[in-house]
Design a protein around this ligand. Sequence first.
Ligand SMILES: [Zn+2]
Length: 62
Amino acid sequence: MPIYEYECKECKNSFSKLVIKQDTKVECPNCKSDNVEKKMSKISSLSSGNTSTASCGSSGFS
Ligand SMILES: [Zn+2]
């Protein structure tokens, strides 16, 4: 189930909400306003440029 990030335009509160249906009415948990904006935090493909540090495994091994 997708969890989306929202930001309230009334009090600038950022919160995450579990959205079961796309037409779920989301309101700010802080001020109960429905004037919220969905933030695109769902990143589909971010595989490139992944810095992996699994090449050198000589940590604390004497
Ligand atoms: Zn709010």
